[in-house]
Design a protein around this ligand. Structure first.
Ligand code: GLY
Length: 378
């Protein structure tokens, strides 16, 4: 087995490793015995969901039992609805009933929903116990399992309650990606492309060279892409752990229009990554308009997204509705819409864009859709 290790070192936090490779889940118990926050623990609670549990729970538990941990597990229903106060309260009660204490460890085995929910349960139980992230989707391997965001949804919006808890360890087993549905694969690639555009030339041109291999899920390319994303994200989070210094916002590239598309098309109509890819196409064109971003950057990004299996979406909505949706997003401050705009590959700015400029760009976007253009607003 060939595994890669990336160390995430954030000032004020205990550094942690992200172990990436085929088969690392089967060694998770041994790995945790070497992690200070988990080494002395007796009890581990694995939280998973009804999709992932039947596939990988036994393997995860077996590796923990083999390392002499006492292991319990809880399976929550798969899907975003589990990121609720009700499910969280059930987890807290179960954690208490199982006798978890300050030295116990929670393992989040699943995608972003399980990672956020189990992470928040761990962050709040007894004022915080250790969490290990064992992501099982490409999206969670390249983004949500690293950086410490945890939380649940309210009926008023997604992720409205939460906090930051850096994991003690991240176990990213690329073998589990073989069972990921095609839509979820492309979804993860959307976030990989986002990271590459924001990170810089090395990552971006590597992506261009390896787009076909990534679309075909070639193991070596996939492991390298995950490692590149983790290094990129770790660097960003190290500069701005709590998204308060205007750096971590770069991770929201493509999300301003992407969130509006997800909301107006109806959550679940398009995957998050597909909506982000659409948002990147839009933001690049807005950047050309506002910052003078060269046309070849916009074209190169379009080509990369096409090759990754993330075509422009056949969705449009009235520009005014799109702008309203953007203003309702929790990332909007004081009714002013801000975009992460790339002036080039690896160069970005967080820009406040006037409503009339956004509306004009949205009109172009909607007209291109109506004309059947494959790009997001030529
Ligand atoms: N997923 C964006 C962030 O972790 O900040």
């Amino acid at each position: 087995m060939c595994a890669t290790k990336v160390n995430v070192n954030i000032v004020g936090e205990t550094a942690y490793d992200v172990r990436i490779g085929s088969g690392v889940l089967g060694q998770m118990g041994t790995s945790l015995r070497k992690v200070p926050a988990c080494a002395q623990a007796t009890r581990v609670l694995v939280i998973t969901d009804s999709n992932v549990g039947p596939l990988y729970l036994q393997q995860a538990k077996a590796s923990l039992v083999a390392a002499d941990y006492k292991v319990n597990d809880i399976t929550v229903p798969a899907g975003e609805t589990s990121k609720s106060a009700e499910v969280l309260a059930e987890l807290w009660e179960a954690m208490a009933a199982l006798g978890l204490d300050r030295s116990s460890v929670v393992v989040a085995l699943g995608g972003g929903v399980v990672g956020d929910l189990a992470g928040f349960a761990a962050a709040t139980f007894m004022r915080g116990i250790a969490v290990v992230q064992a992501p099982t989707t490409l999206l969670s391997m390249v983004d949500s399992s690293v950086g410490g965001k945890t939380g649940i949804n309210l009926s008023a919006g997604k992720n409205l309650v939460g906090n930051f808890l850096q994991p003690a360890f991240v176990c990213a087993d690329t073998a589990v990606l073989s069972t990921l549905p095609e839509r979820e694969w492309a979804c993860g690639l959307g976030e990989v492309a986002k990271s590459a555009v924001i990170d810089g030339d090395d990552f971006f041109f590597w992506m261009c060279d390896n787009a076909a291999a990534l679309a075909a899920r070639e193991q070596d390319a996939v492991a390298q892409a995950i490692a590149k994303c983790v290094v990129f994200k770790a660097n960003v989070v190290a500069q701005d752990k709590t998204e308060s210094k205007g750096v971590r916002e770069c991770l929201n590239y493509g999300h301003t229009l992407g969130h509006a598309v997800e909301q107006l098309a109806g959550y679940g109509t398009y995957s998050h990554g597909a909506a982000v890819a659409e948002g990147m196409r839009f933001a690049a064109r807005l950047a050309a308009n506002v910052l003078g971003t060269p046309a070849d950057v916009v074209e190169a990004q379009d080509q990369l997204l096409d090759q990754l299996g993330l075509p422009a979406l056949p969705f449009s909505a009235a520009p005014e509705s799109m702008l309203d949706a953007m203003k309702r997003d929790k990332k909007t401050r004081g009714g002013v819409v801000r975009f992460v705009l790339p002036s080039d590959v690896g160069k970005w700015q967080l820009c406040t864009v006037a409503d009339d400029v956004i509306l004009q760009q949205l009109r172009t976007w909607a007209a291109a859709k109506a004309a059947g253009s494959t790009a997001a607003g030529e």
